[in-house]
Design a protein around this ligand. Structure first.
Ligand code: SAM
Length: 293
């Protein structure tokens, strides 16, 4: 348990740290906010405590206010079309360090500062409740880490005429981020109506006219425009097999790429009409990039 003295010293140092109040120091602010979050419940010691607690709460709300204003301003600039693709990448670099070359990947799913920053850009609503039960073989919502979306953009070698599909698009972050990073048309296919509505609201809030979300079972979606298909294991078994049959039909008319993340990679790798471009090593939480012959 943290002592009263340590708590007071931490709060005092943060209160005096002018850099913390500068918008650009998002990551340092986030670390202090995380520590305050842990500190506040610890504050169950008597004596000076009410005083200390209110200082901690005041500091927390001042720092959060800076981030709220920061993200409101960034969202407004995106809305006005104020960032080119390069500007958008530079913007992210300005606030968060991206892992060098995006090549070092953890062996399992995990989130970092980049996710917190990207969440700030897109989440202005509370996550909706699931309104429909998933069928067996359908996988519940879990977000692709933002650094993996950056890697996906690097590895897919997209062309400006590509149309990207996120199959099982959840709250829409992948389709939105890919559009902001590349400018290409992106679409999300999602079974859950509440997630789809949320994703549409996020795209509308950012005024992204070539990002759309379709509320349909992936087995019934129209993939006729797609050239790049991303799947963060939205389903398994027979559903995955049937969706791959649909994508194979699409590949008869044009070359397509399928990019996978998570356990579905193993099943996609068995498809003889696809050649694996990446990864060389077999790891569930490395992106798989497959190209039709
Ligand atoms: C692991 S999450 C991935 C979410 C999103 N692609 C992302 O990375 O942030 C899987 C998503 O697929 C959706 N899903 C599951 N079965 C589906 C189906 N048959 N058709 C469309 N979406 C489906 C789930 O509702 C969930 O949102």
């Amino acid at each position: 348990m943290i002592s009263l003295f340590e708590m007071e010293s931490f709060i005092e140092a943060a209160e005096k740290d002018c850099a913390l109040y500068e918008e650009k120091n998002f990551v340092t602010r986030m670390e202090v906010l995380d520590q305050l979050e842990e500190l506040l419940p610890e504050a169950n010691q008597p004596d000076k405590l009410p005083m200390l607690k209110s200082r901690a709460a005041k500091l927390k709300s001042e720092l959060e206010e800076i981030d709220i204003r920061l993200f409101q301003r960034l969202r407004a600039t995106i809305r006005k079309g104020g960032y080119t693709r390069k500007d958008f990448k530079d913007l992210i670099h300005e606030y968060v360090d991206l892992p060098a070359g995006c090549t070092e990947r953890p062996e399992e799913i995990g989130y970092d500062n980049l996710d917190v920053f990207v969440n700030g850009l897109s989440s202005f609503q509370i996550m909706p409740e699931q309104s429909k039960d998933l069928e067996p073989e359908m996988v519940f919502y879990q977000k692709t880490p933002a650094r993996v979306v950056f890697e996906l953009v690097e590895k897919s070698h997209f062309r400006k005429e590509d149309v990207f599909f996120d199959v099982g698009s959840g709250l829409g972050q992948v389709a939105i981020l890919v559009n902001l990073l590349t400018g290409i048309t992106t679409k999300g296919v999602e079974f859950e109506p509440a997630f789809c509505a949320y994703a549409r609201d996020c795209a509308a809030e950012l005024n992204l006219s070539n990002v759309t979300f379709i509320n349909v079972d992936a087995l019934k979606a129209d993939y006729s425009e797609g050239t790049l298909f991303f799947m963060y294991t939205p389903f398994k078994g027979e559903i995955l097999r049937e969706v791959l049959v649909l994508l194979r039909k699409e590949s008869l008319g044009r070359k397509i790429k399928i990019i996978t993340y998570g356990p579905c990679t193993e099943q996609v790798a068995l498809e003889s009409w696809l050649k694996m471009e990446s990864p060389a090593e077999n790891n569930t939480y490395k992106l798989g990039v497959f190209c039709s012959f």
